[in-house]
Design a binder for this molecule. Structure first.
Ligand SMILES: [Zn+2]
Length: 442
């Protein structure tokens, strides 16, 4: 018996193209793949595989389904066997059956946390939509040009001071234990103490014993995992009052249902479009994602401005092999760009960079231009990672020491490319731009 959490992890990791491709030679066709159907005597490729939907379908014999039904039919596996096969292929541990009791407890904990997150998202959405208490939040999104459709689509909400989430959760008959942060000891007036093992940290206890909502006075951006469950929240202050005293953004801490380095903001809303467009845009922030969506560019995710992780790159690769980075053009953005290029290349992806005009970020740029203008700009300003790095690191640099450091850095990235032909072409390219001998660079 495999617990739901492990099943979810296995199914999230399973890649339909990879699995079907293990048994059938697949060729790219449009946004999907085609191949000879293994379920009937096929002479023309009748089998289509859609990475966006995670499904396959034969247009001749009618067979179709997802990765699980494919393996069950093709390899005559039982459901547990399919799970075992997939778990092994994607390096996921299936907990030992003897741990069942502990496992069940954990599973209940996780389900409880998903439930609380979902409840909080809906509660904060309602606070934003209705009544006087939500006015500040509504005003914020209106000023930023965010439409009601986007507010709905991304589950955006607002947390008024004393929003009453805790009472609401109790009134719904749910346990409040997951509302607090993991590791906290919550003391109640009755004298009871609650030790929180797994929590999402939406409510904190002050020293005087009273409770306060962590995101009070902020708008909230729920993070959905790839299967659409709410796993975390990001929260932003309404004005620029931060000045280093108040953090502009705060995020959920890691928990048993959320690991920051493994999730990408907006992926759930973007995944189909990423596969269809065969491209993913990677931006810094929530507002960038939402404004791009609103503008009509839906294949976009954010990873909070830090460099991408291997896990994030692997997640993206399931939907497209092409990524375009659009981080801010400040020093921190440049550093994150170079690091992300490195990671994406090592995962065998094609990497591009777009630099926006001075002073613009994807949010402001998309708010200020039409979809057509934005798409034209992107098409005209998309650089390969090598072009970008050469310009960013070599333009105007005359010191030979700095020049050689830059060339080494670019070469390090090029060396991550697995395809030898592509690698050779990029070296040729670098040789053209830098004026260094190609043989030397090799
Ligand atoms: Zn068929």
């Amino acid at each position: 018996m495999i617990d739901q959490e492990t099943k979810d992890r296995i199914l999230a990791a399973a890649d339909i193209v990879d699995v079907v491709g293990e048994f059938v030679e697949l060729k790219k066709s449009g946004s999907g793949y085609v191949g000879l159907c293994p379920f009937h005597d096929d002479s023309t490729p009748s089998l289509t595989v859609s990475p966006a939907r995670g499904t396959y379908k034969c247009f001749a014999c009618g067979e179709g389904g997802n990765v699980v039904s494919f393996l069950m039919k093709k390899e005559m596996m039982t459901y547990p066997e399919v799970m075992e096969w997939l778990a092994k292929r994607y390096g996921i541990d299936i907990p030992h059956p003897r741990q069942t009791r502990e496992q069940w407890r954990e599973m209940n904990e996780r389900d409880g946390m998903y439930a609380i997150n979902e409840m909080a998202m809906k509660y904060y959405q309602e606070r934003l939509q209705y009544g006087k208490e939500g006015e500040a939040g509504r005003e914020f999104f209106k000023k930023r040009g965010i439409s009601d459709d986007m507010v709905y689509n991304f589950g955006l909400g607002y947390v008024p001071h004393n929003s009453g989430l805790m009472s609401y959760v109790m009134s719904e008959g749910q346990s409040i234990k997951h509302l607090f942060g993991s590791g906290n000891n919550v003391k109640f007036k009755s004298g009871k103490t609650l030790h929180v093992t797994n929590g999402i940290g939406l409510v904190c206890q002050r020293e005087n014993g009273s409770f306060v909502e962590r995101y009070a006075g902020r708008v909230v951006f729920p993070w959905h995992n790839i299967s659409g469950r709410v796993v975390a929240f990001g929260a932003r202050v309404l004005d620029a009052r931060s000045n280093g005293i108040v953090m502009k953004y705060v995020n959920s801490s890691d928990s048993c249902i959320y690991t920051k380095g493994k999730e990408l903001y907006g992926l759930f809303q973007a995944k189909r479009s990423i596969a269809e467009e065969e491209m993913v845009y990677v931006v810094e922030g929530y507002m960038d994602v939402i404004s791009m969506h609103q503008c009509g560019i839906k294949n976009v995710v954010a990873n909070s401005g830090t460099a991408m992780t291997i896990a994030q790159a692997q997640l993206l690769k399931r939907f497209s092999k092409n990524a375009t980075l659009m981080y801010d053009s400040d020093a921190a953005g440049l550093k994150a760009t170079v690091r992300s290029i490195d990671i994406l290349l090592s995962e065998d992806m094609n990497v591009y960079v777009i630099t926006l005009p001075d002073g613009e970020d994807p949010d402001s740029f998309c708010q200020g231009h039409s979809e057509e203008d934005v798409k034209t700009f992107f098409a005209n300003h998309r650089q390969t990672f090598a072009e970008f790095m050469t310009h960013a690191m070599l333009d105007g640099v005359t010191d030979p020491v700095l020049q050689s450091e830059a060339v080494h850095c670019i070469l390090d990235c090029i060396n991550k490319i697995q395809d030898p032909i592509k690698r050779t072409l990029f070296i040729k390219h670098l040789s053209n731009v830098s004026g260094l001998d190609e043989q030397l660079l090799v």
